[in-house]
Design a protein around this ligand. Structure first.
Ligand code: AMP
Length: 377
């Protein structure tokens, strides 16, 4: 059995891993870490929940420990791009906890936060810069930072960045890094445009896949309830009242839909809050910490707002509305069954959504379980 020591990681990292209680590397870690330590570019096809963040954070910290040097003002040694501020924040937390025994600095450059502190954080230079592409471009244009000294790059959730229209800024950003760099690209799926991006910017990458294409992990029990649109709210309330349900994320397609569902649940006496792009960053942070802390146990979310949310113990994912992009289904249900646990995914499918369901089934090449009892009016 591979353990972290066999992978060749430096002692301070092994100690940090022990403190965090990880027993052994996850499959994506066992594959990515040695390839990265070998100096190779890497493509990792993996969903959230597989330990993908540590798979690149650990060898990057290892490289900084091996090649200590001070970052120059306005520069960074490692650049990590992520689709959302929430994911970027979680990556920064991940770096701090894995790097607790290693001298390092981290800056976060994300939209929705005041630029002043970000400018200040960059002034002296940092080891790790974790950024969303849009805000990073703004700071590059105003000369707040330069990518001249970047030695290592990670593109996390590349397919989500593609969906959010970040491909042009990513090309621009990668194109402005001069000199030799080592790059790792993580993506849950491999659409053609991401494959092209990898061909353009990665050099003979090692490719590892732990998600069998787009297959959701098997520990998730997936159900579909075929019901009329008008019955969805009542059925949702019934599901959420199940005593087995510890913590649930309910997905809607639109922000307004998320607000409407949240209001309905609140009126029904459930502890539910909504998270979506119309909420300010501080509102989103507060909601997320109440959800993580258990003060609310139902989070109503849109796809974009939920990306990268790393909350363990989500027992149920409920698709109040099916996503019109089939890959989103895999992302959504990947919020449950994390860290080796089991999970339940329930999709409420009305007549107008059957075509979406067929697309999803084609993508994950399985027939979702058909359950009819809750559909009986
Ligand atoms: P990620 O896929 O990076 O979002 O990680 C999902 C969760 O798995 C996080 O809560 C990590 O702290 C946890 N994790 C990462 N690596 C390991 C490991 N080797 N053993 C146990 N848990 C891990």
């Amino acid at each position: 059995m591979t353990n972290f020591t066999d992978l060749g990681l430096a002692e301070p990292l092994i100690q940090a891993i022990e403190t965090m209680g990880y027993e052994k590397p996850t499959p994506i870690q066992a594959a990515v870490i040695p390839a990265f330590l070998d100096g190779r570019d890497v493509i990792g096809i993996a969903q959230t929940g597989t330990g993908k963040t540590a798979a690149y954070v650990l060898p990057m910290l290892h490289a900084l420990e091996e090649r200590p040097s001070r970052p120059s003002p306005k520069r960074c040694r490692v650049l990590i791009l992520a689709p959302t501020r929430e994911l970027a924040g979680q990556i920064a937390d991940n770096i701090r906890s894995h790097g607790r025994n290693i001298r390092h600095s981290v800056a976060l450059i994300v939209g929705g936060a005041r630029p002043g502190p970000q400018i200040k954080a960059m002034a002296r230079g940092v080891d790790f810069l974790v950024a969303t592409p849009g805000r990073l471009m703004d700071h590059m244009e105003t000369g707040v930072l330069s990518l001249d000294d970047v030695e290592m790059v990670a593109l996390d959730e590349a397919d989500q960045m593609l969906d959010m229209g970040f491909l042009p800024p990513i090309r621009h950003i990668l194109g402005s890094i001069k000199g030799k760099r080592q790059t790792v690209l993580l993506s849950a799926t491999m659409p053609r445009q991401i494959r092209q991006l990898a061909n353009e910017f990665l050099h003979k990458p090692a490719e590892v896949s732990v998600s069998e294409g787009a297959k959701p992990i098997e520990r998730i029990a997936q159900h579909v309830l075929h019901i009329e649109a008008g019955a969805k709210r009542r059925v949702l309330t019934d599901i959420l009242r199940d005593p087995e349900l510890e913590r649930a994320i309910v997905f809607t397609r639109t922000k307004r839909g998320a607000d409407r569902v949240q209001l309905h649940l609140e009126k029904a006496g459930l502890r539910a809050e909504a998270i979506h792009g119309n909420r300010s960053q501080s509102q989103r942070d507060r909601t997320l910490s109440r959800f993580k802390g258990g003060r609310v146990n139902v989070l109503v979310a849109t796809d974009v707002a939920a990306r990268g949310i790393d909350v363990d113990d989500v027992s149920h994912v409920i698709n109040f509305e099916l996503p019109n992009v089939p890959e989103s289904y895999v992302h959504r249900i990947g919020r449950t069954a994390r860290a080796g646990k089991a999970g339940v995914a329930i999709s409420l499918c009305d007549r107008t959504e059957r075509a979406y369901l067929r697309d999803i089934e084609r993508l994950i090449s399985t027939c979702l379980l058909y359950t009819s009892d809750a559909a009986d009016e």
